[in-house]
Design a protein around this ligand. Structure first.
Ligand code: AMP
Ligand code: MG
Length: 487
């Protein structure tokens, strides 16, 4: 295990040069202190978890000190925001501090969000508030624990620095980790500014570092695009299966690695609602829960457009065509598992759709329904869950189909069924109201709730003694929380 000053840097993105990013130093926060750290993320850097409690840790991740080998850079990119093209975005408040590699030889970008103004801040103050930093931290680590690819979060550092949003709040920084911070919008930037050399250098960089297996293919760039399509189809299938709503699927928030990235007004569904819009400035519901599927494809076609200098339109179109079938296959596979099924039948998609329709009309808790379905035999479980539904006749008809389907599926014990289902159906998810409770306490200086919630969410499938309150439906006040889009 390493101490903080023993990290080993290899800043490959910085070496691409000034056309890709600008050297900027972090602007320190006043009186920085540790709010929460993730031991699991610390382990990815081989760091001893005890170092999180040292003053040096808060100094580094609060912007006061830097390793000599770090090369803090603000990256330039652009992107389509709510369907319209914005020619220049970039890291307006985050800095890529450098790339660290661990004993296993994995590289991790260290990205400090809330680190002050950069040439890409436009009108912004370069800061992030405590509330949004805590939300990003909790979501990244919770998604990872659910098996949903995501950027990771090492820590949140709080401070006394005043930051003005709708009201005065306090600045914080979150240290984000990913194998790459390159977005679809990076490719769009060099395409629309007509910089073919840089665009080629970027494509080579991504290919060599993140998709090396594609080099062996006859058309490496096309193979890489196909792999990006595949990863996004898999990612969005997981979001849909687990009820995660991203909220701001602009192409500058889409990772070239197909991981969940850039957390704003995201939400996990409480009651199932296909039309749920978590971003209340999204008036048309462009990024509503069910629209995430077609928007995933829309975003990939925006990336495809930016790759037209390298790949023929026909080949790109064909690769884009892989998205929907792949999405559907992945989604159905996950939903079968959530229903406890081990085999595949043609009508399974219909079984899932009928269930969701019944849930939609009844306000059934999406997470708890599946958890409870696995608690007992199919017959006993549906009998208990029945009361949650408004359309009882509809539910009974579905339950008969489900029980018959389970009977055809295989001969397994109740215990086997429970074990299998509980391994894919979480008991604990990051409900908005749970995050809000933790934030309210943290804003008054009590970080224990953020830490406890993070702990609980790090083992979402395991029932944890004394943690029943984290596995409840939201109280009335927590049902329709409006999460501020300012962050
Ligand atoms: P986001 O909505 O967080 O994905 O950010 C969109 C763009 O706005 C990115 O270029 C961000 O860096 C930039 N941005 C967001 N908030 C701020 C801020 N407070 N100060 C400077 N830039 C910001
Ligand atoms: Mg963003």
């Amino acid at each position: 295990m390493k101490a903080l000053d023993e990290l080993i840097f290899d800043n490959r993105f910085a070496r691409l040069g000034d056309a890709f990013s600008t050297h900027v130093l972090p602007e320190p926060l006043d009186n920085p202190r540790l709010v929460v750290a993730s031991n699991a993320a610390m382990a990815l850097l081989d760091l001893d978890p005890a170092v999180a409690e040292t003053p040096l840790f808060a100094d580094i991740f609060g912007g006061h000190k830097l390793w000599a080998e770090a090369e803090p850079r603000a990256m330039v990119y652009s992107g389509h925001q709510f369907g319209g093209y914005t020619p220049q975005l970039g890291d307006g408040r985050g800095l890529l501090l450098g790339e660290v590699y661990n004993q296993a030889g994995e590289h991790w970008d260290l990205h400090l969000k809330g680190a002050g103004q950069t040439p890409y801040s436009r009108m912004g103050d370069g800061r992030a508030v405590l509330r949004s930093s805590i939300r990003e931290f909790l979501a990244s680590e919770a998604l990872h624990a659910l098996g949903i690819p995501s950027s990771r979060a090492l820590c949140v550092i709080g401070s006394d620095t005043p930051v003005w949003r709708e009201k005065q709040e306090r600045g914080a920084m979150v240290l984000r980790m990913a194998h790459s911070h390159i977005r679809f919008g990076h490719f769009e930037y060099f395409y629309y500014t007509k910089k073919p050399e840089q665009q080629k250098a970027l494509a080579e960089h991504v290919l060599s570092l993140h998709y090396p297996e594609c080099r062996e293919q006859p058309e490496p760039y096309l193979a890489m695009f196909r792999a990006i399509v595949e990863r996004n189809a898999e990612l969005i299938a997981k979001w849909q299966a687990y009820g995660f709503c991203h909220g701001v699927m602009n192409t500058d928030n889409m990772s070239i690695l197909g991981i969940t990235f850039d957390f704003g007004p995201f939400a996990f569904l409480d009651d199932f609602d296909a039309h749920f819009i978590c971003n209340h400035s999204d008036h048309e519901g462009r990024y509503s829960f069910s629209n995430q599927v077609p928007i995933g494809q829309w975003n990939l076609s925006a990336l495809a457009q930016a790759l037209t200098p390298f790949i023929s339109v026909e080949a790109l179109t064909e690769a884009l065509g892989l998205y929907l079938p792949l999405y559907q296959a992945n989604y159905l596979d996950l939903m079968r598992r959530r229903l406890g099924l081990t085999s595949a039948e043609d009508d399974d998609q219909k079984l899932v759709e009928r269930l969701l329709k019944l849930m939609q009309n009844s306000g059934v808790d999406y997470t708890l329904f599946f958890r409870r379905l696995g608690d007992e035999s199919a017959a006993l479980a549906v009998a208990k869950l029945r009361d949650d539904f408004v359309d009882l006749a509809g539910f009974d008809a579905w339950a008969e189909l489900y029980k018959a389907r389970v009977a055809r599926d295989g001969d397994y014990s109740e215990e086997q069924r429970r074990e299998r289902m509980h391994a894919v159906n979480p008991l604990y998810i990051l409900r908005n109201y749970l995050a809000q409770n933790a934030i309210t306490a943290a804003e008054s200086g009590d970080y224990s709730e953020v830490r406890r919630l993070h702990e609980v969410l790090s083992k979402p499938f395991e029932e944890q003694a004394g943690m029943e309150q984290y596995a409840q439906r939201p109280p009335d006040w927590g049902k329709h929380l409006e999460i501020s889009c300012s962050s």
